[in-house]
Write a protein that binds this ligand. Structure first.
Ligand code: SIN
Ligand code: CO
Length: 387
């Protein structure tokens, strides 16, 4: 449904991604909003949906978090309603986000949707993550500057802004235009009329987050339990002194963890762990047998990947390529394996938003290993059968 245009992906990745902002005029031709403001407001009634309203009334900023009992009572002055992870709830929002999958899906976070009334915005600020902002209906003036040491202000405890940036982009966007803003580039969007914006956000784990997750993984799997061991201890003048050679030994012990096979096992689990995946995807009530799945494939049913499901897998090493027996992929922190012989079929299947009995050369129901896997994925709520 959505087709990205007016961008040369190879040039973009080489010259802009994580380097400089870029305005892409009419990145989507005849852009149709995947959701309207009423549906967006409807989403915020759900407890599980992360939403906020940022408003500015007579120069005073406020932030209110959803869910709301009475949303209208927060829509005061100039206001924006911002809703996270709309790709998990609205199929067309998921499709819109997936047009940016020239960036690996394990780098993608979510699609945030905002609706702003005239004059509204969240103020000039920096984000720690890269973002593509798509202009939906209405128009908005976007200013983007370069990274620098800006003074941060907090006009409200939940609102961080910066002051005094010089825009290098200052343009009015209309429906279908896209602006790419790299992390830490100050920006400010002010609605010139009531408008919708769609932000494709990315994840970039920090060392802290990785260490913490890796430590949890090691504890859960009762692994990496090796302890520090003295190497040729000799009498020393000061008992409190840590020798440089001992510092090096501690470092080596930790470095070993990064070289371990546990690290290789943890990384795709961590990168596939999409915390925001809503619970509904796990609420498959009916359990299907493999035969039932084969029968449904044969009778022409469509199998759809659930919203927000982004399978990932690791490129095999050269040694793996020669010896590997299984193909493993990861969804929401869980691993799934099948024989290496069906890896090509499975990879193709994982990249399709939906499949039916035959796609191209592949006749899915004929592959026992594949249908076993599909059965598991359906029963775990990652794929569903179209009614
Ligand atoms: C928005 O208001 O839609 C986006 C806010 C931003 O991150 O600049
Ligand atoms: Co921003």
């Amino acid at each position: 449904m959505y087709k990205l245009q007016n961008i040369d992906i190879a040039v973009f990745l080489r010259d802009y991604w994580q380097q400089k902002p870029l305005l892409i005029r009419q990145g989507f031709k005849d852009f149709q909003d995947p959701i309207d403001e009423h549906e967006l407001a409807g989403l915020t009634e759900e407890e599980s949906v992360d939403s906020r309203i940022v408003n500015n009334q007579d120069g005073k900023w406020a932030v209110e978090h959803g869910p709301y009992d009475d949303i209208n009572s927060h829509c005061l002055g100039q206001w924006s309603l911002l809703v996270q992870s709309v790709d998990h709830y609205v199929p067309d929002a998921d499709s819109l986000m997936n047009t940016f999958d020239f960036i690996p899906v394990w780098r993608m976070d979510d699609l945030m949707v905002s609706y702003s009334n005239t004059g509204a915005g969240v103020g000039p600020h920096l984000d720690q993550y890269d973002v593509f902002i798509i202009q939906g209906k209405g128009s908005r003036r976007w200013q983007v500057g370069l990274p620098s040491h800006y003074e941060t202000i907090r006009p409200h405890r939940d609102l961080s802004q910066v002051t005094g940036f010089e825009p290098i982009i200052d343009e009015v966007l209309s429906a279908g235009d896209i602006i790419y803003i790299p992390a830490n580039h100050p920006h400010n969007g002010v609605a010139l009329e009531p408008c919708m914006n769609y932000s494709v956000g990315f994840r970039a784990p920090s060392q802290q987050e990785m260490l913490s997750s890796f430590a949890d993984y090691a504890i859960d799997h009762n692994t990496l339990t090796q302890r520090y061991k003295d190497e040729a201890l000799s009498p020393r003048e000061f008992t409190g002194e840590i020798k440089q050679q001992e510092v090096a030994q501690f470092k080596a012990l930790l470095m070993q963890m990064l070289q371990s096979e546990q690290f290789d096992q943890w990384l795709p689990v961590f990168l596939s762990d999409n915390k925001k995946a809503d619970d509904e995807s796990n609420q498959q009530i009916e359990e299907f047998s493999q035969q039932a799945i084969i029968d449904m494939l044969n009778s022409g049913e469509y199998f759809h990947r659930n919203l927000g499901v982004k399978p990932i897998f690791v490129e095999p090493t050269t040694i793996d390529k020669l010896s590997i027996q299984t193909f493993t992929f990861y969804i929401e922190g869980e691993s799934y394996s099948g024989p290496a012989a069906s890896a090509d079929i499975v990879k193709k299947f994982l990249s399709e938003p939906f499949i039916s009995e035959t796609v191209g050369e592949i006749q899915y129901s004929q592959h026992q290993d594949f249908t076993a896997l599909l059965t598991l994925l359906v029963n775990n709520g990652h794929w569903y059968i179209e009614d």
